[in-house]
Design a protein around this ligand. Structure first.
Ligand code: NAD
Length: 293
């Protein structure tokens, strides 16, 4: 029998972690939010507050619901503070070493029945599950960015994931009012397996001088009917995350067609990671985004 998830722990309160906290709290779940410092957790709480206030202003949420939802989110300074959760989802930096360490430490702090999930965009669920003492209670729950807006969630079973774990995750996604789709556990799953090579190709198109940032984005918006240009989307996702997904595809499938574009590597090395650092393929420090190439 699968458990109903009423209390959820989130490790990593960045753009995805705060989005997951937002939708879970709005759906009535109790949320415990963890990050490396109190400052980061408080930053995430402020972001959630601001995002919910925007929803209220647009009429998508009432002020009472916002208050109640904010009241359901609390800070978890340590992994022990996540002890009463039915499920803990990891949404930390897309780095396998970081995630493995988190899961090793979580397993020490949590009772054996707590379900574990990762929001990884690309890393093997089976391999991350193997870092835990409960691979049958481990699953990939891949939310899309921005979480409050995007309808899809990919569910990915590891080789050992039990049906009860899968059903608990599927029940959670339904309760959030989102649609789940199932992907097998192969590098980058479905959405990013298709999306990231397109973004990488857009960066190659820029790198080879075929077009400017603006012409590439305009071309794909108006020529392929994409709501956002691929470089704009890359900035939105985070260029470090984009690079990391390409590296996982390249390493995992050993096909040169997934070679990360050297220009993408250069932007990441510069710390120009997109919107979150205010500079990427566009510069966001002024009133309007300005292309950086
Ligand atoms: P982010 O950089 O905004 O946030 C990552 C957070 O993790 C940071 O706040 C960081 O302090 C925290 N963190 C790092 N190590 C930690 C640790 N040991 N303990 C606790 N917290 C720690 O990144 P993001 O965009 O939110 O991505 C998070 C995850 O979600 C990644 O696995 C990414 O692949 C995945 N994801 C991202 C997107 C996207 O579009 N950005 C979409 C779907 C999934």
């Amino acid at each position: 029998m699968s458990v109903t998830i009423n209390t959820i722990g989130i490790v990593g309160a960045g753009q995805m972690g705060n989005g997951i906290a937002h939708v879970c709290a709005a759906a009535g779940l109790s949320v415990r939010l963890n990050d490396m410092s109190e400052e980061r957790i408080n930053g995430a709480l402020a972001t959630i507050n601001g995002n919910m206030a925007r929803q209220v202003a647009k009429g998508a949420m009432t002020d009472e619901v916002r208050h109640a939802a904010l009241g359901r989110i609390s800070a978890a300074k340590t992994f022990e503070d996540l002890g009463g959760c039915d499920l803990v989802i990891e949404a930390a930096t897309e780095n396998e070493e970081v995630k493995r360490n988190i899961f090793v430490n979580l397993c020490r702090a949590l009772p054996p029945e707590t379900l574990l999930a990762t929001n990884t965009s690309s890393i093997s669920i089976t391999r991350l599950a193997a870092a835990t003492n409960r691979p049958e209670k481990f699953i990939g729950i891949h939310f899309m960015n921005p979480v409050p807006v995007m309808q899809l969630v990919e569910l990915i079973r590891g080789i050992a994931t039990e049906d009860a774990t899968f059903e608990a995750a599927r029940g959670l996604i339904a309760r959030l009012g989102k649609t789940s789709t199932v992907s097998e556990d192969f590098p980058a799953f479905i959405v990013n397996r298709i999306l990231l090579p397109m973004i990488n190709e857009a960066v190659y198109t820029l790198y080879e001088g075929v077009g400017s940032v603006e012409s590439i984005d305009t071309a794909m918006k108006l020529g392929a009917n994409h709501p956002m240009g691929p470089l704009q989307l890359a900035d939105f996702i985070g260029l470090d995350t984009c690079l990391s997904v390409m590296q996982v595809l390249h390493d995992g499938l050993a096909d040169s067609k997934y070679r990360p574009c050297p220009l993408l590597v250069k932007y990441v090395e510069a710390g120009w990671l997109g919107r979150k650092t205010k500079r990427g393929f566009y510069d966001y420090r002024g009133e309007k985004p300005v292309p950086t190439r």
